[in-house]
Design a protein around this ligand. Structure first.
Ligand code: NAD
Ligand code: UGA
Length: 433
């Protein structure tokens, strides 16, 4: 099928490339001209494992093109996926300005049937608004043109985006017509997914509810971790014991420094806002958000308590990205934690395998090193903030000799089993003894 994907960021680019890999002919569009130039030159503007290889393959097979023009891509495509950003406004409400702009642009160049698919995460009832907008902005002589709007929320995670897209637990489609359903079934046919077919509002809500539920699970275990600290219990054991119950499951029960990234914080906010706007006070989610904020604050306080005075102390930060295997720094807990320590006068050194370039735009007065060992040199304490694989196998005997003082604050409980105390480290995890 000829498909356009509007917005070539973390989701749009992965969606476009994967659809091309499945055999469709895809045009990825972005209004960031630099991004399109980068993609056309064979480079990839983001770090996502496996993406560069897949792009090369699809481009070579002439199934994947990049374009700055919505008009061009719309004219050549039957299905048009919208994958632009839906960032939070100051109020927490999702900002639909990019979605509305794109809808108008698509409408203006429509001359035959199109299926317009929301891939971005949007509040319930957005589909109706897109449909109305398109109808309104269709060229005069095409006012009665047939088209469909559908919702097809995306559940991929950064860092494992290709694997998640190709092997999804489910594909959710919200449709108003049999034709839209059939077209979406055809698009996803090669991966034989479990399909959940609903009305558009329910599909939109499934996405907000899923992200909010996962965020709730994380805040729940973080709250449990706080209690563990108070009663001398071990949150890793608690999570193991709870997680073996199939009704609960072990995944997303990792206590730490709170969830970050471009989605959980924004989508929890947006869901609270949507509910409130429609007359429901979603207090549970307000508490989820509060616990998440408190988790970072508690970690900062732990460091301040144990280090006593931070002025002129050198702190080495292992990991900056909001999670491993991505260069994404959007709402990364590292930013708030580092800024708070800098405010107290600490000198920050930092190392991340992929996120340094993005971190430099957010965190000034920070020394960025090329690896974990040059980071450790002369540090009064180390912080583990992102659990990259390469940090799992660090040589702590070597690090012990490099640091000024062997103190480690482990924001992800990565080294709980490493017996660092036997190597002479002062070790602090989250909710573990
Ligand atoms: P992103 O910021 O990485 O990408 C959005 C892209 O859209 C940018 O490249 C931007 O230049 C482009 N854009 C904006 N306006 C445009 C226009 N008028 N024409 C063409 N391009 C335009 O954002 P993202 O992380 O890919 O997220 C996109 C959406 O997908 C959001 O709603 C997000 O909540 C949702 N989502 C994200 C993830 C994720 O892991 N990042 C997963 C599932 C869903
Ligand atoms: C999340 C969801 O997992 C995806 O299904 C969804 O598509 C996506 O949001 C989205 O809508 O954008 P992502 O943000 O890429 O994906 O990454 P996650 O693996 O979910 O991690 C999110 C945050 O939660 C990270 O900061 C991570 O460190 C934290 N986390 C995760 C925990 O603190 N504990 C856990 O047990 C799991």
């Amino acid at each position: 099928m000829n498909i356009a994907v509007i917005g070539s960021g973390y989701v749009g680019l992965v969606t476009g490339v994967c659809l091309a890999h499945l055999g469709h002919r895809v045009i990825c569009v972005d209004n960031n001209i630099q991004k399109i130039k980068t993609l056309k030159s064979g480079k990839v503007p983001i770090y996502e494992p496996g993406l560069d290889k897949l792009i090369k393959e699809c481009v070579a097979k002439k199934r994947l093109l990049f374009s700055p023009s919505i008009t061009d891509a719309t004219k050549k495509s039957l299905a048009i996926f919208i994958a632009v950003g839906t960032p939070p406004k100051e109020s927490g409400e999702a900002d639909m300005v990019y979605i509305e702009n794109v809808s108008r642009e698509i409408a203006r160049c429509m001359t035959d049937y199109k299926l317009i698919v929301e891939k971005s995460t949007v509040p319930a009832q957005t589909g109706e608004k897109i449909e109305r907008t398109i109808r309104k902005y269709l060229p005069e002589k095409y006012r009665k043109l047939e088209f469909d709007v559908a919702s097809n929320p995306e559940f991929l995670r950064e860092g494992s985006a290709i694997e998640d897209f190709m092997n999804p637990d489910r594909v959710v489609i919200g449709v108003n017509s049999k034709k839209a359903e059939e077209l979406l079934r055809e698009i996803y046919k090669p991966i034989k997914p479990k399909m959940v077919v609903t009305d558009i509002n329910s599909a939109e809500l499934i996405k907000h509810a899923s992200n909010s539920f996962l965020a709730t699970k994380i805040s729940f275990i973080n709250a449990v971790a706080r209690v563990c600290t108070l009663v001398d219990a071990d949150v890793l054991k608690v999570a193991e014991g709870m997680g073996l119950d199939k009704r609960i499951g072990r995944r997303f029960l990792d206590a730490g420094i709170g969830y970050g990234g471009s989605c959980f914080p924004k989508d929890v906010e947006a869901f609270i806002h949507l509910s409130e706007k429609n007359g429901y006070d979603f207090r549970l989610l307000k508490t989820v958000r509060e616990i998440n904020d408190a988790q970072k604050a508690a970690f900062i306080k732990l460091i301040e308590d144990k280090m006593w005075i931070l002025r002129d102390k050198t702190i080495g930060v292992l990991g900056l990205a909001f999670k491993p295997n991505t260069d994404d720094m959007r709402s990364a807990p590292a930013v708030e934690i580092i800024r708070a320590l800098q405010k107290e006068g600490a000198k920050i050194k930092a190392y991340d395998p992929q996120a340094t370039a993005n971190a430099k735009k957010l965190l000034k007065n920070t020394i960025y090193t090329k690896d974990a060992y040059s980071l450790a040199k002369g540090c009064d304490a180390l912080l583990l903030l992102t659990e990259w694989d390469e940090f799992k196998t660090l040589d702590f005997k070597k690090i012990r000799k490099l640091v000024s003082h062997p103190v480690l604050f482990d924001g992800r409980n990565l080294y709980h089993e490493h017996n660092l105390r036997d190597l002479g480290f002062e070790y602090y995890g989250v909710g573990v003894a």
